[in-house]
Design a protein. Sequence first.
Length: 202
Amino acid sequence: MAYSIGMALVICDMLNLDEIEFWRELESPYGNSEEIPFLIQKLLKTKSKETANELIWEYIYHQGSVYENTIAAFPHLVDLIKNCKLGHFKMDLILSLGIVLLGFDDCLLNDFFHDDTFSAEIKTRIKDSFHESVKTFRLLVDESSLGLEFLDENEKRNFLITHLVTGMKHKEAEVFLCFSGNDEYMFVCPSCEAESFLWNED
């Protein structure tokens, strides 16, 4: 759960970074969730945008999909934002996590943790800390809305997406989402459910 200390929120019962035996079993795109605690620890020390991008786009939100490890890692990243004093890095992380939350539009937490890999206690810890971190993230986004003057147009669009997502307006947020870079994207026809792929090449 989260509790108030002045204007701040503290996220409790997160999956600890030293509980590698649990991280190792979390669903991920490449079966390498045990590497996430080390990346988070590195990020805490370096505040490196490169490390943040690697963690988010390769491990917990790969090609627009969310995983069990997304749910476990998200509270740690929100906690990092809450305690970060570096304006640009903090905003970059906020904008990235806003995009990550888009992945939960059609996903319920009950869609995860189907098997008996984890005890009911561990599952509850992971899910509850995620729920509380989303509440904390919403407050952090609201606070950050006072410092948007240094953002470029693309970043302002991403902040709008983040603001809409934290207000539970996922469909509206998706209208403003554009893709760039050399990634592969999959589209599904709503009528026939046929899949199409797009490679965004320079």
